[in-house]
Design a protein around this ligand. Sequence first.
Ligand SMILES: *[C@@H]1O[C@H](CO)[C@@H](O)[C@H](O)[C@H]1NC(C)=O
Ligand SMILES: *[C@@H]1O[C@H](CO)[C@@H](O)[C@H](O)[C@H]1NC(C)=O
Ligand SMILES: *[C@@H]1O[C@H](CO)[C@@H](O)[C@H](O)[C@H]1NC(C)=O
Ligand SMILES: *[C@@H]1O[C@H](CO)[C@@H](O)[C@H](O)[C@H]1NC(C)=O
Length: 484
Amino acid sequence: MASCVRQRFFGWFVFLCGFFVIVQVMLLLNQQKCNSPDEQTNLDARALNSAAGDKKNNIKRNDKKTSHRDKRRETATKFPVKSTPSDNNYLSPFHRRWEANCSAIFAGDTDVVQATYRMLKKERHSHNGSIVVPEDREVRTWTHDCDSFRSLRRYPTHPVSEEEDSYPVAYIIAVHKEAAQVERLLRAIYQPQNLYCIHPDAKSPEDFQRAIKGLADCFENVFISSKIEDVQYAGFTRLLADINCMKDLVGPRGDVYRWKYVMNLCGQDFPLKTNLEIVRQLRAYKGHNDITGVLPPSHIIGRTRYKHVIRDKQVKRTHRPKTPPPHNLRIHFGNAYYAATRRFVEYILTSPKATDLLRWSNDTFSPDEHYWATLQRAPGTPGGYPDPTWDENVRFMKWGDITKHPSCKGIYVRGLCVFGVAYLEYLATQPHLFANKFYYSFDPIAIQCIEEALLNRTRNPALSDRLPNFPVTNLLWQSHTALP
Ligand SMILES: *[C@@H]1O[C@H](CO)[C@@H](O)[C@H](O)[C@H]1NC(C)=O
Ligand SMILES: *[C@@H]1O[C@H](CO)[C@@H](O)[C@H](O)[C@H]1NC(C)=O
Ligand SMILES: *[C@@H]1O[C@H](CO)[C@@H](O)[C@H](O)[C@H]1NC(C)=O
Ligand SMILES: *[C@@H]1O[C@H](CO)[C@@H](O)[C@H](O)[C@H]1NC(C)=O
């Protein structure tokens, strides 16, 4: 979401500015260089082998034969063995499948990466600067027949393993545009034992709303939040979107789907791990929440010290001071994205500490960057942890001003990297469950290759055992035993 991105940007960016002014100025130049997709595709343009070509895939819209074949494939066994591994035509007829050698791309094969960049560049040139992505109106038509949609796209109908079946997870997905990418994200994280709450921004166009509604209506365990907010950039309503979904997730649906952890995502996130791997990481959290938080640096303090108002669609600071936070809570500042236990969610929705802090936060700036962080560090919070830390393993992001990761190899949007295929080699080494951000219309092959890798590991779980340093067990709070 716009706010998902910008809020994070303001939070991190402002905070890190304080510490990395010099580094930042240097990297600003780099950012300039990365600002346009076309400039970026020129990077490292030394490999001059002929481009892999620009063959358009056959996008057959009504391949009903595939549908029947697939249906027969759905065996009645509880954990069926999947079909041949190389067969990833399940993108068709909905998403274009690109001719790309993903294993070579993951292996960092420069020739293949360069050829892929050239192919995308050519495609952008012939389509006025961006990659053609299925429009919301079209995505809406995909779900007119749910049976054939689910089967053509091979949405799993049974849990893949006993291990996953016994460990359902819940998702909150805040989205505002590009239903086709939302569909790919949903497909990548979808399992029938999990529960998914989608929050489309109230401002989004009708076609988008209907496309998302169509998706949700095809699955028992995917639903639209029962209360939709007009999501305000850096505003209180972004936090409310999560709270609304949480209420739905612990309601009657939560009795049917006994999920253990919830994670919140936005439309530009994509998983780096399979459902099995995600389950293993969550189990390794041993009842802790993965929620970052530190004491707010001085330039952040004003966000919660003064009352804010919405003026010209922006959250503006006033000179009127706020009362101190309720229950003597000590405000912390952290990441708006988390993995939290079900007990934490129940506590958030019922404890006076949490509900009073929510009300108190209504006129603060970007409250989702202090709300979870503060409660996580308050005494008595289920799965909480008292000390300040940035330790987390939910989301990988590459900020322009953080130099510990390789440079973007994509484009920077508001200081945050939008990944291109050349970053996949590095992403594959990262232990995080998700990465942000991906743009379908910037590099669809990055998404396709991650899908292929996840599909391969889902079909052959032995590959998951070989992931280096995974699941992560050395985060600061993982060894904290005094769990409330
Ligand atoms: C993909 O690249 C690898 C080398 O990285 C090569 O071994 C393999 O044959 C290639 N596959 C195809 C289909 O071209
Ligand atoms: C191409 O893009 C430009 C700027 O984004 C826009 O003004 C123009 O209408 C577009 N042309 C076509 C044919 O879509
Ligand atoms: C805070 O809450 C009041 C009423 O409870 C509401 O009128 C106001 O718009 C809210 N402010 C923000 C920034 O959401
Ligand atoms: C996925 O598996 C197929 C079949 O074994 C293989 O050709 C392909 O390179 C694999 N892709 C990735 C990204 O590992």
